[in-house]
Design a protein around this ligand. Structure first.
Ligand code: BG6
Length: 488
């Protein structure tokens, strides 16, 4: 069994932010929870000069600052000896020979290897080629897997090219394209809500659902990432990946099983049922906006048209969803951090009670923060003849499972990659299909500047144009505060 072999995790981009903030704290926690493979080692590879001890010091500092859990000195002391470092250049074939020797020396025999690319995608092909040329991808004795961080390409053509490049050296089943949203408990819970219960599925369709709203609002701005973000923008950073994943989980058919191929087949089917927009459709079904003051941010071009906010109106053309609008929005510097999916059901067909307010039922999946599920329904107001009042049935993770119940998304994803479960990773065709929907929007936005770039106040809920997008359909964004705080 190759799973009994020692396991090496080799991180490219090991001196960077992601390693320090997310990867190492997650691996540390998995190790504390005794979920890591028995004999594992972590080797960081990067441009910075570190000795093993300096690397450990740097990571300890990061874990102390960024880990979402408490750990003791003893726990760190048990973990730290597993950490190693090798300085090298990603384009230097001779450095990959050194890497091969170094790992082999640490492993001392056959071993499994997980290569993690915690760096920009432009470097993936070079690294994969160098690993391949030095025999480090051959599955002679143990498995070889590669985790690729987002963004996976910058448009459809670059994603297709990237897939072709990595497929030259790797089979698709060795590739784990990460989208950290899929590692979030509440996002996995979308599938549990739908498929571990019987009450929702019969009404989860166009006969009962009026529309769906998916919001991923961020309070933070660029957080010193302007160099990366400017020119990339919200469509590539949030919509093509995270928002599209949320959409597929809400809209997909029940898979035959939770295996990676069944699950991912269903997700691709949803994406394939959305018609890419024509430029005219982009003009009316999308809103692009930039927060005021963005162009004055350090490292942002003074005439930048990079959008920091997007709202889209999409339709899924299949039997389940035909005619049901899906409204998506995401932006930086909004009023609060709030990711949620709102399912609005249809109104009752008849107002039976004279004083009945015609309010539709609403199911809200709160993804973050205050993770939970709310169901709004109508109840008779006491001591009235026939007035109704909206009331909420609520489930909160923190109440039901305790404050520390939600682990870091990367923990689950790293563990799944180590165990060879690709269900929560995106497949080549899934990434490309998502890009095929985003590409026409990007082109209309970037080439034709259509629709024109709207502006919103930092700390608001976005531009008035996003409110109009729903108002035209006689609807509104459903978080009450949101519509009140719109930058009108
Ligand atoms: C990342 C984006 O993928 O997701 C960031 O690049 C964004 O711009 C982040 O801030 C949001 O993730 P989370 O987990 O804070 O919702």
């Amino acid at each position: 069994m190759t799973n009994d072999l020692p396991t090496s995790i080799i991180i490219f981009g090991a001196s960077g932010d992601l390693t320090q903030r997310k990867l190492i704290p997650s691996l540390l926690n998995l190790s504390i929870k005794k979920r890591m493979p028995g004999k594992f080692k972590i080797l960081g590879f990067g441009g910075t000069a570190f000795s093993d001890d300096q690397f450990r010091e740097h990571l300890l500092k990061g874990a102390r600052e960024f880990a979402s859990f408490k750990f003791s000195d003893e726990e760190w002391a048990a973990f730290a000896p597993r950490l190693h470092y090798l300085q090298g250049k990603y384009a230097e074939a001779s450095d990959f020979k050194k890497l091969a020797e170094h790992i082999a020396g640490l492993e001392g025999g056959p071993a499994n290897r997980l290569y993690y690319m915690a760096l920009p995608p432009s470097l993936f092909p070079t690294i994969v080629d160098n690993l391949n040329a030095t025999g480090q991808l051959h599955e002679n004795g143990g498995w070889r897997r590669v985790v690729l961080e987002k963004p996976f390409g910058t448009d459809l053509a670059s994603a297709v090219q990237l897939n072709q490049q990595v497929h030259k050296a790797l089979n698709e089943n060795q590739i784990y394209r990460i989208d950290h949203y899929l590692g979030k408990e509440t996002i996995q819970n979308i599938l549990f809500t739908r498929f571990a219960n019987t009450i929702y599925e019969p009404i989860w369709n166009r006969n009962y659902i009026d529309h769906v709203q998916i919001t991923v609002a961020e309070q933070v701005g660029l957080e010193h990432r302007a160099g990366f973000y400017d020119g990339v923008g919200v469509l590539r950073d949030m919509v093509q990946n995270h928002m599209m994943q949320l959409l597929t989980l809400v809209a997909m058919e029940p898979p035959a099983s939770f295996s990676a191929s069944h699950l991912r087949n269903e997700k691709v089917k949803v994406l394939s049922a959305i018609k890419p927009m024509t430029p005219e459709e982009v003009a009316v079904n999308t809103v692009r906006a930039q927060y005021r003051g963005y162009r004055q941010e350090p490292e942002v071009k003074p005439n930048s048209t990079t959008p920091t906010y997007a709202a889209l109106r999409l339709f899924i053309n299949n039997w389940r969803w035909k005619g049901v609008p899906f409204y998506l929005r995401s932006g930086k510097h909004l009023a609060e951090k709030q990711s949620q999916i709102i399912i609005q059901f249809k109104e009752p067909p008849l107002a039976m009670f004279p004083m009945q307010a015609m309010k539709p039922n609403i199911l809200v999946l709160y993804l973050q923060p205050d993770e939970g599920v709310h169901l709004r329904f109508e109840a008779k107001a006491p001591d009235t003849v026939s007035e109704t009042r909206s009331v909420d049935m609520e489930f909160h993770y923190a109440e039901a499972f305790g404050k520390t119940a939600i682990p870091e998304a990367y923990e689950r994803l790293l563990l799944d990659a180590l165990q060879g479960d690709a269900s929560l990773f995106t497949r080549a065709d899934e990434v490309e299909t998502a890009w095929s929907l985003i590409d026409p929007i990007l082109q209309a936005w970037e080439k034709h500047q259509s629709p024109s770039l709207a502006a919103y106040k930092p700390g608001s809920w976005g531009p008035p144009e996003a409110y109009d997008l729903l108002a035209r359909d006689g609807r509104r964004w459903l978080n009450e505060e949101a519509s009140m705080m719109l930058d009108k």
